[in-house]
Design a protein around this ligand. Structure first.
Ligand code: IMP
Length: 428
């Protein structure tokens, strides 16, 4: 019998931007395959290697490690144009990626008309979601409406043309209703379809590839995008993305069975951020929000939008621990809090009816009116950036991490104190 393989899911536990890319990059050192299971080019995973910065939108963060196989599962909505731009940019930076990237035959293709529609709908909407404008909602709508086009459809150009025509004409009619222009759409469609052969050349059966690898004792990471509070079912609906970001969808979105997953590591930032519309219960005061945004460089990797900053919200992370079945957490960006006099943790919410609850509520509108109950802890007031062992952290920082662990119901497995690979501290 070969050694037992392992399959670890990496999942965001807040509103995305927790630093998943950085943790995946470090863990990729120990695995053979890294696969994305949902989302698309709305993600922006930033990874630093030496002095170089890479922002990955669709290609899994394992790509920066030589020899790792990087797959995009059936659960993703693939923006083909953007994908090959990213692919070529990585190649140009001298990283040998040929033969290492595979896209599922079952992956949905995100077409230029999805991007057009996303922007037009958002512009016209009364309740804005603050989407990234990457076409994500419309692409998943076509998937659920059984109008989508998949990688496998490229195998039959005639059928492909018919399916595209049906889906596209529907969108064009809607764009007309919204008074939105469609200039450049045909050109963008031609550019996308011109990439068909290139895409087919790397198409693969992702689920069977991962399952076979696991059976022969290999190690796999399933890389989530966005975060638990942006999950279509479990997040702050409707201010969410259009896919299931949580660990349950790692199996569905990569094509393996749930029993093949061995661990689920939740990524939590040492505070909370949110970009786009929707409630952020533990939002900081305007001055502190501005201060932490500057300290943490909290601007969207995909859109450049400023992120709103909040204190660590354990009501949310405890919920994330439950919904994802976390076996451990990685706490990122601890160093951003190094200079603060005190740090706060939200432990419960006082609801509009005056009752206190410790469970993340389903009613998003009530969430906008909750008042967090905070525990305040003293800051550590010293730099953690050069610390490489957990026992060397200042005692106040360790106490903060211990409290996060206790309130989240999951052991801390990693702590990051900077953007470099060496600044991720493993916890035994
Ligand atoms: P969409 O995924 O572009 O449809 O955007 C829906 C919501 O998810 C918006 O609030 C976006 O700001 C948010 N969102 C989508 N992707 C990310 C991400 O990678 N990080 C943080 N927020 C995201």
């Amino acid at each position: 019998m070969p050694d037992q393989g392992s399959c670890t899911v990496i999942v965001g536990c807040q509103w995305g931007d927790e630093g998943k890319g950085k943790i995946v990059d470090v863990l990729a050192e120990r695995v053979d395959i890294v696969a994305r299971y949902q989302g698309g080019a709305n993600a922006g995973h930033t990874v630093h290697v030496g002095e170089d910065e890479f922002v990955l939108h669709q290609i899994p963060s394992g790509i920066l490690h030589e020899g790792r196989r990087c797959l995009l599962g059936n659960g993703v909505v693939l923006d083909v144009q953007q994908f090959f731009e990213e692919y070529d940019a990585i190649l140009e930076r001298g990283i040998d990626i040929e033969g290492r990237v595979g896209v599922s035959y079952r992956a949905q293709l995100l077409m230029p008309y999805h991007r057009f529609l996303d922007k037009a709908v958002e512009l016209a909407a009364d309740t804005k979601i603050g989407t990234t404008g990457r076409g994500i909602g419309p692409a998943y709508e076509d998937k659920a409406g059984r109008r989508g086009v998949r990688t496998a459809d490229l195998l039959n150009p005639e059928r492909l043309a018919k399916r595209i025509e049906a889906a596209k004409s529907r969108v064009v009619a809607r764009l007309d209703e919204l008074g939105a222009g469609t200039q450049e759409l045909d050109r963008a469609m031609d550019e996308t379809l011109a990439l068909s052969e290139r895409l087919l050349a790397i198409a693969t059966d992702v689920g069977p590839e991962i399952s076979t690898a696991l059976r022969s004792g290999r190690h796999v990471l399933l890389e989530g995008a966005q975060g638990t509070a942006l999950d279509l079912d479990h997040g702050t609906y409707p201010f969410v993305t259009s896919s299931n970001t949580t660990a349950g969808s790692a199996a569905t979105g990569s094509g393996i069975g749930p029993t093949q997953i061995t661990d689920v590591i939740g990524i939590v930032k040492a505070y909370t951020t949110r970009v786009g519309e929707g409630p952020l219960p533990s939002e900081m005061s305007p001055e502190m929000d501005e201060h932490v945004r500057t300290l943490g460089g909290e601007f969207g990797a995909t859109t450049g939008r400023p992120r709103r900053c909040g204190w660590f919200d354990s009501v949310l992370t405890r919920f994330a621990s439950q919904v994802n079945g976390l076996t451990g957490i990685a706490v990122t960006k601890l160093d951003v809090l190094d200079t603060l006099d005190e740090v706060k943790i939200a432990t419960a919410y006082r609801m509009p009816d005056g009752k206190t609850r410790e469970f993340f509520p389903a009613d998003t509108w009530a969430l906008a009116d909750v008042e967090p109950v905070y525990e305040t802890m003293p800051g550590w007031k010293s730099s953690t950036c050069d610390i490489r062992r957990i026992e060397d952290l200042p005692s106040n920082a360790r106490a903060y991490l211990d409290r996060i662990e206790e309130l989240t119901n999951a052991p801390v497995k990693f702590v990051s104190v900077g953007t470099k690979r060496s600044q991720i501290i493993p916890v035994d």
